[in-house]
Ligand binder design. Structure first.
Ligand SMILES: Nc1ncnc2c1ncn2[C@@H]1O[C@H](COP(=O)(O)OP(=O)(O)O)[C@@H](O)[C@H]1O
Ligand SMILES: [Mg+2]
Length: 252
């Protein structure tokens, strides 16, 4: 099976800080991988290399069988290959109507080159009902973003990425700022990525949040990938013990 993403020996430094030392990472089609590790382990740096935000100092990366030349790789190229990161901090404009948010920067144009408002609203409605499962009188494309809960906003951002054809969807700590009731919603949106046959990397430092939804767990510690377990091969208790073991190690 061809990997969606295959990274080998990735290294990345920021000045004297070696954020990534030795990273090997693979993402398969239709798979949700949880990237786990303590603060500073290098999780965000790793996915920023995948999404074209940073380039690696060394190592190799393949996306859908294509060898990536880091010198010619950026966020736009990554997107064109289907890689999309849903950033937690990339919050939507609160008072903007939902349809504006969905199409910001990526408009549907009519044959006169003008924004096709009718089509954008229609597609937004489809997205709201198919991805968020929101329907009925309560919701319209004209509703403002502030009417959505935190979890629903994440869902909208995920749905938006899927709507624009992303099939490698990256979520960096999507549940961190949320109430527990909202965490469940986000996890079910992540589940819908897989049900749709797409792949997802979800970063978390809380195994409890992502255990249910992930198929595989990749552990990072101080810039390296140090463990890779399929869900069927490890119990949650063992996985937790493995993570605590890493955190408990004396740092050199
Ligand atoms: N833009 C940056 N400039 C300097 N140092 C950075 C930058 N981004 C990350 N780092 C450092 O790289 C290391 C890994 O960070 P990061 O990838 O954010 O870890 P994680 O997401 O696992 O918490 C940390 O020591 C962090 O301070
Ligand atoms: Mg991070």
């Amino acid at each position: 099976m061809e990997a969606m993403v295959e990274m080998k020996g990735i290294g990345k430094s920021f000045g004297s800080v070696e954020a990534l030392r030795q990273v090997d990472f693979r993402l398969n089609p239709g798979e949700v991988v949880a990237l786990l590790g303590d603060n500073g382990a290098g999780k965000s740096t790793l996915i920023k290399i995948l999404s074209g935000f940073h380039s690696a100092d060394r190592g190799s990366m393949m996306v859908k069988g294509r060898e990536i030349d880091f010198k010619a790789y950026d966020v736009t190229v990554a997107r064109s290959l289907g890689v999309e990161t849903v950033y937690q901090e990339r919050s939507l404009g609160e008072r903007q109507p939902l349809w504006r948010n969905v199409f910001i920067g990526r408009h549907r144009l009519n044959r006169w080159g003008l924004i096709d408002v009718k089509r954008e609203k229609m597609e937004t409605m489809e997205l709201l009902s198919s991805v968020l499962g929101l329907r009925g009188a309560g919701l319209s494309p004209d509703a403002s973003v502030e009417t959505l809960s935190g979890g629903e906003r994440q869902g909208l951002a995920i749905g938006r990425a899927m709507h624009f054809g992303a099939d490698i969807i990256v979520l960096d700590e999507p549940t961190t700022a949320l109430a527990l009731s909202e965490v469940g919603k986000v996890l079910s949106f992540i589940g819908s990525i897989r049900e749709d046959g797409r792949s997802c990397i979800v970063i978390s430092h809380d195994l409890g949040h992502v255990y249910k939804v992930a198929d595989r767990f990749v552990l990072m510690d101080r810039g390296s990938t140090v463990g890779d377990y399929r869900k069927g091969d490890i119990t949650p208790e063992e996985l937790m013990a493995r993570m605590i073991g890493l955190n408990g190690e004396v740092k050199p």
